[in-house]
Every structure is written in C-alpha cells, then in structure tokens.
Design a binder for this molecule. Structure first.
Ligand SMILES: [Zn+2]
Length: 266
C-alpha cells in the first residue's frame, strides 16, 4: 500500500457540490486515484441527516470498494443509542468497521465521561482503535474544553489496552497532545484537518515546525498517522505539505501507511 488516509468524511455541506453520498464516494475515489492514495477510512458523523450519512449508509455505499475504502463509525452520547452500540459491536466483530470515532467538543462530554465506556470496552475486545476529535472544531456550538487533548490522558491511563487516535494533533494544543502521546504508549494521533482547503506558505511552515517538534519530542515514528479530513482539507495540498516535512524513508512510510495498517489492522 502506498498511502492510507485514515480520516475523510462523506458529509456534504450546503452549497458544496457532489451533495449525494454516492457521487461523493466517486469523487473521493477520483481524488485518491489522482494522488496515489490506495485506501481511505471514511468516518461517519456525530449525527445523521440529509448532509451526513449514517455508518450503515456508508457501509452500504462503500461495500463494493472494500479494497480501497473502510469505515469508522461515529458515536455520540446524545445522538446514538443502544441499537447503534449493538450494531457497532457486531460490525467490529465482523471487521465491517475498523474503529469508532467520538466527537468530544461537538458534543459536550469529556472523553472520560462514563457514557463512552462501552465504546472503549468493545474497542479493546475487538482490538480496534477509538478515534477522538481533539482541538479546534468546525462548529460554533462546540465547546472546546471537551476537546482539549489533555483530557485523553485519563482514558489512556484507565484503559491501558485501548488504542486511542487523537484526531488533528489536538491543534492548537500540540504540546499537550505530544505529551499525552509520549507518556502513554497506547496513544496515537492523526495529522488531519490542520487547515481548510489549500494553505499559504506561512501556514505551511508553521505546521511543519510544529510537527517536527512533536516528532522529536515523542522520539517514536510509530505514533503519528497520515489523514486529511477531506473534503474540508484538500488532499493534494496535504500530500505536498507532508513532503515538506522532509522525513527519511522509514519515517515517511510509517506516517503514510505503516502505522495506520497496524493500528486499524488493515
Ligand atoms: Zn474529521
């Protein structure tokens, strides 16, 4: 596998083209093909509506592309219930989904809220990671104290067998994120969603420096995963961005596919 993007969405925002999920998938495959991406994990949202397909819908739509697309199911305390949890458990067991994503911040609960414990337990049972939104949000009703990366330390300590992927490196609290990763061997992070669309030279150098600093502090290239947050972020600019990190071949292979392959058992 050459590149695995561990973080994309099928959400359509009003005013954005390709506003049907099936067309969205075709668009995604087209962009992946153009940029040498072999596999993407599609994360279902914190709720399902006309703009946000549910995990079940995404599974249905992507079934015929299983060699190139995988699904991570979104879970929230407020919008998901018993039936969803039962489905998720079955899908984890059968490998139909590769992990579960939480939307702390978008919903107003800390990662250590007991309402999430069943998700952690089933992820441990089936050796699948939980992905947790950390840092800035794409919504003005979100409350960011719930998405601060330091709050992940509690569940990392209390669930030592749980693999945790912090999304977006806790941006802008990357120093907190790097300490949580460094301290807890079961914590990883993806580099998705650092900027919307394309990005300017100054923004690029800002994040290049931050990521280099984070990698040196952690001192372990096995902990960071490539992801974009497409369609919010642009896939082509993300590839260019990663190239400007000037990683050696081994580090680059781990970031671009090796770590994701292992963590999500792809
Ligand atoms: Zn995302």
């Amino acid at each position: 596998m050459s590149i695995i993007d561990c973080h994309v969405h099928l959400n359509c925002y009003p005013g954005v083209g390709h506003n049907r999920s099936v067309e969205r998938v075709k668009k995604l495959l087209e962009v992946m093909n153009k940029n040498g991406i072999n596999y993407s994990l599609i994360l279902s949202s914190y709720k399902s509506d006309a703009y946000r397909p549910s995990a079940a819908e995404i599974i249905e739509i992507t079934k015929k592309y299983e060699n190139n697309l995988g699904v991570v199911a979104g879970f929230t305390i407020d919008n998901h219930g018993e039936e969803d949890l039962n489905n998720y458990k079955k899908w984890l067991k059968d490998g139909v989904i590769k992990g579960i994503k939480l939307y702390c911040g978008y919903e107003h609960y800390y990662p250590y809220d007991k309402g999430y414990q069943r998700v952690y337990d089933m992820c441990v049972e089936y050796d699948a990671p939980v992905m947790i939104h950390t840092g800035d949000t794409f919504s003005n009703t979100a409350k960011i104290r719930f998405s601060h990366p330091l709050t992940v330390d509690d569940i990392a300590v209390d669930n030592p067998d749980l693999k945790i992927v912090m999304c977006h490196l806790g941006n802008p609290w990357m120093v907190d994120c790097q300490e949580v990763i460094y301290k807890n061997k079961n914590v990883y992070a993806d580099i998705s969603g650092l900027f919307i669309g394309d990005f300017t030279q100054s923004v690029k150098s800002y994040y290049v420096n931050k990521i280099k600093e984070l990698l040196s502090y952690i001192g372990d290239p096995h902990r960071i995963l490539y992801g974009t947050d497409w369609p919010i972020s642009d896939i082509e600019s993300y590839i260019k961005f990663v190239q400007s990190l000037n990683l050696d071949q081994r580090e680059s292979d781990l970031l671009m596919f090796g770590n994701a392959k292992k963590i999500f058992r792809l």
